[in-house]
Ligand binder design. Structure first.
Ligand SMILES: [Zn+2]
Ligand SMILES: [Zn+2]
Length: 396
């Protein structure tokens, strides 16, 4: 990468970082993406799933497959607490997951691919997606047709769990599913000193929280992976009143649909059973928005691994299981429908304080991740297109 390219890449990321926009409100970001892609020669569709941008680049190098590349654009409702001079200028909004880096990398890759388009077979569909953070942006884009005619999909995430200069990519699940649930416990409120005339919903809720932890330890195989977390519990109004109701909010994570359905069944049975045993009722509801595991196609993962080795060397390309995470990503929506690969670009750098987890108000990335992301994604795209042309000519 030339110095000028790197300078532009960093400047783009810092500009986006200063102007974070929440899901489905990425108007400024989408405008920047559209201007740069249009100037590079892409055919554009804007307003896809609200604020999404889809750029099409037809190669001049003959027939081949269609490859979807995806960057997510949204920020989070967090007050940024870093001390950067390019920190968020919008209190209460922050690029605390690194999607500013994804957009900057995406634009740079799109521009590089456009420069060599006359020699590339096949077609690039570059998708800049709104609302990844729990709002269903990917599903909405798919329902508006972005996957029509697509043969494979690639995406990346800058990752605080890996040192800058490394890339992590596994075969199979790279990230987990998520299913959020709400449990409403109904008892009978009353006087704190006369408990035998009440059904204490707060006590029942506490027992449910504890019992739910038996699912991972006693229902899921020790060789599998799963998480059950209760993240909120609201009950009661005063110390001398027994609560008549309680509401718990939680989430489950898993690496397969079989695990997900077992988690659903067990969360429901445990909550209802504990409540009934203690004289209360529990109503368990799973949220409509469910994200499946982000599962990498082994052939595409091998391709990404190969180009990553060319860019950064084999010692910096990780494919051991510890690279995976139980966090979820709606890129999963693409790679459950077409072969896909989602890889991590290491972004941690202790010496500059880039050590905080995603979604922390102190979250920061090492900008060394940016050129690595560009080089690996661009080369992977070229390798895939070229390979797809080879297989197209074989089948002709
Ligand atoms: Zn995130
Ligand atoms: Zn993210």
């Amino acid at each position: 990468m030339t110095d000028a390219e790197l300078e532009l890449l960093i400047a783009t990321r810092r500009d986006l970082h200063q102007h974070p926009e929440l899901g489905f409100e990425e108007f400024r970001t989408a405008g920047i993406v559209a201007d740069r892609l249009r100037a590079a020669g892409y055919q554009l569709k804007t307003g896809v799933a609200g604020t999404g941008v889809v750029g099409t680049l037809k190669g001049g190098g003959g027939p081949g497959g269609t490859l979807l590349l995806r960057a997510d654009m949204d920020a989070l409702p967090i007050v940024e607490k870093t001390s950067h001079n390019f920190r968020s200028r919008h209190p209460g909004r922050m690029h605390a997951c690194g999607h500013d880096a994804h957009v900057a990398i995406g634009i740079a890759v799109a521009e590089r691919l456009a420069k060599r388009a006359d020699r590339l077979p096949g077609e690039i569909r570059y998708v800049f997606q709104p609302a990844e953070e729990g709002l269903g942006g990917a599903s909405r884009m798919i329902s508006e047709g972005v996957l029509e005619g697509v043969d494979a999909a690639l995406g990346l995430h800058v990752w605080s769990g890996l040192p800058a200069g490394e890339v992590g990519v596994v075969d199979g699940p790279q990230m987990a599913s998520f299913q959020d649930f709400t449990i409403t416990v109904t008892g009978r409120g009353g006087h704190a000193a006369i408990p035998h005339e009440t059904v204490d919903a707060l006590y029942v809720a506490a027992q449910i929280v504890v019992a739910l932890q038996s699912i991972v330890s006693r229902n899921i195989s020790p060789l599998d992976h799963a998480v059950v977390t209760v993240g909120s519990l609201h009950a009661g109004t005063a110390s001398n009143i027994i609560a008549g109701s309680a509401v718990l909010g939680g989430t489950t994570r898993g690496f397969s649909s079989a695990t997900d359905s077992l988690l659903r069944t067990r969360v429901t049975a445990v909550a209802e059973g504990v409540a009934t045993a203690l004289g209360a009722q529990a109503r368990v509801e799973f949220a409509e928005l469910v994200v499946p595991p982000t599962t990498n196609d082994p052939a595409l993962a091998a391709l990404v691994r190969q180009v990553a080795i060319e860019v950064i060397g084999p010692e910096f390309v990780r494919s051991d299981p510890s690279v995976r995470t139980m966090a979820a990503e709606d890129f999963a929506e693409f790679c459950t429908r077409v072969p896909g690969c989602f890889f991590f670009v290491g972004a941690a750098e202790e010496s500059i304080g880039a050590v905080h987890p995603h979604h922390s108000p102190f979250f920061d990335i090492s900008e060394k991740a940016l050129p690595v992301g560009v080089e690996v994604l661009e080369r992977a795209a070229v390798a895939w297109l070229t390979g797809s042309a080879a297989s197209a000519s074989v089948s002709e």
